[in-house]
Design a protein around this ligand. Structure first.
Ligand SMILES: [Ca+2]
Length: 188
């Protein structure tokens, strides 16, 4: 049994460069540009449930914003290897087309200026697609649609390294309501 465990760990390390969390996004903190209705909470996309019918209450959903976005805060900086997205099944699967996956530590423009991992060409109705991000570094993983539309995500999974210790998040990148706290911490 012990040998098997070691082999599994070694194979994971070979594939990913180091051991990784299966889903670093699960039940962390998600936000989005707006809320369509009570069924479309941003956290529905990180609830561990891939049910793809909106009425099931497990998908996020914005209003038709000019540039709708969704973002998960992983709470710590990680190397991100894979982002896996499950699309809505019951309607409007084409709305995901052209959405960008962005990863980084900045909240400038709500994180939408962070480096881009991938552009989603399309995902089938209720389908799940995985995008390789090659260890990009960041605390935030965003999905942004660079056009006016709705954005709905039924699940977003983030395969990432464990927390990267010693990699600070720049104070200038923190949201405004975090700055005072960080500054006070520095003045101590
Ligand atoms: Ca879900």
């Amino acid at each position: 049994m012990r040998t098997l465990t070691v082999l599994v760990l070694l194979s994971t390390a070979v594939v990913l460069g180091e051991t990784s969390e299966t889903n670093a996004a699960l039940k962390k903190m998600a936000s989005q540009s707006s809320l369509y209705d009570s069924l479309g909470d941003a956290n529905n996309a990180i609830d561990g449930n891939k049910k793809a019918e909106y009425e099931s209450g497990s998908c996020s959903h914005t209003q038709p914003d000019s540039k709708p976005w969704w973002r998960v805060d992983l709470l710590h900086v990680h190397h991100v290897y894979l982002v896996t997205i499950t699309n809505r099944r019951d309607c409007c699967e084409e709305r995901i087309n052209g959405a960008e996956i962005r990863i980084g530590n900045s909240l400038v423009d709500n994180g939408n200026e962070n480096p881009r991992c991938a552009v989603i060409t399309s995902i089938s109705p209720g389908g799940t697609s995985t995008f390789e991000c090659h260890g990009m570094t960041g605390r935030y993983v965003s999905v942004v649609l660079p056009r006016p539309d709705f954005l709905s995500l039924c699940e977003v999974e983030v395969n990432a390294s464990p927390d990267i210790s010693g990699v600070p998040v720049l104070i200038g990148d923190l949201p405004a309501n975090d700055k005072s706290q960080s500054n006070s911490t520095l003045s101590v």
